[in-house]
Design a protein around this ligand. Structure first.
Ligand SMILES: Cc1ncc(COP(=O)(O)O)c(C=O)c1O
Length: 366
């Protein structure tokens, strides 16, 4: 019997991304009488964009046909939406596909990637798979990207920088001034991947304009997803906009037919669903304000957030809290994997779900 490990050596040293069990399974195991409140994946509690649903229903009778391989209409729609060229748009099965492709296409052993220590886990996993070296730069004041420290870690081997703004899992952000100073001070031949997954939830007006740097001709690749404010996480849909020569690299690396015809049609429709995005944004702002205030009564530290979730730091073991909250019908994300063993991340659900979370956490911490 063979015990040969067929994996490339870069796959030996890490565990895959774990996203938690299906909620139906958790409900069954716990014998819960109420539907569980899943507040663990930063999804949209208002459901999917209605325009996207209608577009999907229209496509269903044509599912026997292959989709446009190069996502023609979808990329055209994104290009129009942002006033960029078709060749500058990559149609992606979610932002994570772009992140993985960046590593797969652009990185090799010896290259160095710089990012923050407390940021989206896929940056780390993708870099490790590619066999490149990863520099994870400590946060400022525990929860904040430190752009100056990131710049200080750049070496001639640095090829790519991953930035999430606002950031997951902290919810914090860096300002336009900080980003402009950063871009002015770094070499121009480094690819800056600027991940805007939560951009529609931003309520401040001092966040960066990464698009302006792209217009100035810099190597910036901007990532957008339909998983959050458009409520289409299950569809796997996003895009990247960047210089055409970088986008053409992503196209080389992608799987043929990477976007289903359902995803492409939904994407065109969802881009136009400004009404739903606005409703999601308003709803989120209301719940963030409510929960932000409610959490002030508990013995927790909560950094300010420009997203649809809060990082909640406690003095308890997050894994234990996660289990106890789950028994009370709430699923959150424990942050042990992000070197925050006492923190959980909770996204906004409907008001009754948010109340259940705050009550349950309060009962556990008091
Ligand atoms: C910063 C960030 N980037 C990307 C993603 C993933 O987006 P997608 O669902 O489009 O793959 C997430 C999801 O949580 C995220 O927080």
């Amino acid at each position: 019997m063979s015990e040969r490990d067929y994996r490339r050596s870069t796959f030996h040293g890490f565990k895959p991304y774990v996203a938690g069990k299906p909620i139906e399974e958790v409900e069954r195991e716990l014998g819960l009488s109420i539907p569980i409140a899943k507040l663990a994946s930063n999804e949209n509690p208002l459901g999917p964009s209605p325009k996207a649903i209608a577009a999907i229903q229209e496509i269903l009778p044509r599912l026997h046909l292959y989709p446009h391989d190069d996502s023609w209409y979808y990329r055209q729609a994104v290009a129009r939406h942002h006033g960029v060229a078709f060749e500058e748009v990559f149609g992606a099965a979610g932002s994570v596909e772009v992140i993985e492709l960046c590593a797969h296409v652009f990185l090799e052993a010896g290259d160095q990637v710089v990012t923050s220590e407390k940021t989206f886990a896929i940056y780390t996993l993708a870099t490790m798979k590619a066999g490149a070296d990863l520099v994870r730069v400590p946060c400022r004041d525990r929860y904040w990207y430190d752009l100056e420290a990131i710049r200080a870690r750049i070496t001639p081997r640095t090829k790519l920088i991953f930035l999430a703004n606002p950031n997951n899992p902290t919810g914090t952000w860096f300002s336009r001034d900080a980003f402009d100073a950063f871009m002015e001070s770094i070499p121009e031949d480094i690819l800056v991947v600027y991940d805007e997954a939560y951009c529609h939830y931003i309520t401040r007006d001092d966040l960066p304009d990464a698009w302006a740097w792209l217009q100035k001709g810099r190597d910036v690749l901007i990532l957008r997803t339909f998983s959050k404010s458009h409520g289409l996480a299950g569809l796997r849909l996003g895009y990247a906009v960047g210089p055409a020569r970088i986008v053409s690299g992503l196209i080389q690396g992608r799987t043929a037919f990477n976007l289903s015809s359902l995803a492409q049609a939904a994407g065109v429709a969802a881009l136009e669903d400004t009404e739903f995005v606005e409703r999601s944004r308003r709803f989120n702002a209301g719940e963030m304000a409510w929960m932000g205030e409610a959490l002030q009564d508990l013995p927790v530290t909560v950094p300010p957030s420009q997203t649809n979730f809060y990082l909640v730091d406690t003095d308890r073991d997050a894994q234990v809290l996660f289990g106890e909250l789950q028994k009370r019908g709430v699923i959150v994300r424990p942050m042990g994997g992000y070197q925050m063993p006492h923190a959980i991340r909770v996204n906004m659900g409907l008001r009754a779900e948010n109340e259940r979370f705050v009550e349950a956490l309060g009962a556990l911490l008091r």
